[in-house]
Design a protein around this ligand. Structure first.
Ligand code: NAP
Ligand code: GDD
Length: 347
């Protein structure tokens, strides 16, 4: 039987690496689009390089010609568009670049599919809970029908990609889907996202570090799931008989402060919080002594913040017939164990 072929943009990222592993385990041939950078950015996929079905190709979401030639070369059955400037905070500093890559990147792929006449190729767009924006009156959790009011250049760029995916589905009959994913984390999470900042810091702390962690808004609430569950759902979305859009979430929401409390509980660290707003601080209790470990730094505040995100994954879990394997406790354990192991090795 002919092996299925997949093309993944963002293959060097958190989701790209887990999805590659999953597809290779299902006997796919996987083409991964890497962009040219001046540093080594392949740590997350290094272990896959020996696999003959795993092929890396250079390209860039801002460069139509490269996308067209990679699609022509690979003739994929499935395209997963995971590539993006994916940092919400930084999108305020580089709004134009974010729009170019995170917004127009999807259009370039869809246009190449149309131009090359790839009517049977399925397309997955990495949409996001950032589309929903701020908490809306009377709404406790967001689903596929909720109002979308993004609050950042990143969110606005993703809204463009979300809609252009729907438009190409309706206008040209392409099998094009949106996975509207809420935050998902893992030991491979980028080091500037808040959960990974926290787990790396606490892992170093229990190994003796004297550093202090500086964070922004501790009150923000996010619906945090595990990237392994969510990449499996990305694949499942493209295995359906009809193209559709799905919210992927856990249905629970936790503040940044409580994520830290959960980590400390797992590590059996006693933590207390004092002060409010920019003056809030966290201390570790060591007998009668208290050691300062966390301070707020305004530089991590965003010009606009989304305080509350909670998804309703009912449709996805039912239609895709899936039960999430990880809860928040499992996620915290997985991330902390992995960071502690890593830092122990380097000591
Ligand atoms: P990530 O770890 O930040 O990975 C982003 C990937 O995009 C990296 O491989 C990066 O390459 C690549 N990329 C950046 N600019 C590019 C360009 N100009 N051309 C081609 N590739 C480029 O993101 P992630 O957490 O895996 O998320 C995957 C996707 O899901 C992203 O689109 C993100 O916006 C979206 N999403 C994520 C979450 C979440 O909570 N993780 C939730 C909803 C949606 P380098 O390695 O070279 O930087
Ligand atoms: N990054 C970061 N760094 N965030 C902080 C910090 C800090 O020091 N302190 C507090 N936060 C708050 C942010 O203000 C935000 O409210 C929350 O922690 C989560 O921030 P991130 O981990 O950066 O994730 P995000 O929610 O902004 O964006 C991620 O999830 C989106 C899905 O909702 C990214 O992965 C996006 O690509 C994704 O679309």
């Amino acid at each position: 039987m002919k092996k299925k072929i997949a093309l993944i943009t963002g293959v060097t990222g958190q989701d790209g690496s887990y999805l590659s592993e999953l597809l290779l385990s299902k006997n796919y041939v996987v083409y991964g689009l890497c962009r040219r950078v001046s540093y080594f950015n392949r740590n997350r996929i290094e272990h896959l390089r020996g696999n003959k079905r795993f092929k890396l190709v250079y390209g860039d979401l801002s460069d139509y010609t490269s996308l067209e030639s990679i699609i022509k070369l690979s003739r994929p059955d499935e395209i997963y568009n995971l590539g993006a400037q994916s940092h919400v905070g930084h999108s305020f500093e580089i709004p134009e670049y974010t729009s170019e890559v995170t917004g127009l990147g999807s259009l370039r792929i869809l246009e190449a599919m149309r131009f090359l006449g790839l009517k049977k190729t399925k397309f997955y767009q990495a949409s996001t809970s950032e589309l929903f924006g701020e908490k809306q009156k009377g709404i406790n959790s967001f689903n596929e029908k909720s109002l979308m009011v993004p609050k950042s250049p990143y969110g606005v760029s993703k809204l463009y990609s979300y809609w252009i995916t729907k438009v190409y589905r309706e206008a040209y009959g392409l099998f094009a889907c949106n996975g509207i994913l809420f935050n998902h984390e893992s030991p491979r999470r980028g080091e500037t996202f808040v959960t990974r900042k926290i787990t790396m810091f606490l892992a170093k702390k229990i190994l003796g570090s004297k550093d202090i962690l500086y964070l922004g808004n501790l009150n923000a609430k996010r619906d945090w799931g595990h990237a392994k569950d969510y990449t499996e759902l990305q694949w499942k979305i493209l295995q359906q008989s009809r193209a559709d859009d799905y919210v992927i979430a856990t249905g629970k929401t936790t503040s940044v402060r409580d994520f830290i409390n959960e980590c400390c509980k797992y590590l059996k660290i006693k933590i207390i919080w004092q002060g409010k707003g920019v003056n809030e601080k966290a201390y570790i209790l060591n007998g009668k002594k208290k050691d300062l470990i966390i301070k707020v730094d305004k530089k991590y505040y965003r010009p606009l913040e989304i305080d509350y995100l909670r998804g309703n994954p009912q449709k996805a879990l039912k239609k895709l017939n899936y039960k999430l394997k990880y809860n928040l406790k499992d996620l915290v354990k997985d991330m902390l164990d992995s960071d502690i192991k890593r830092f122990k090795k380097s000591m």
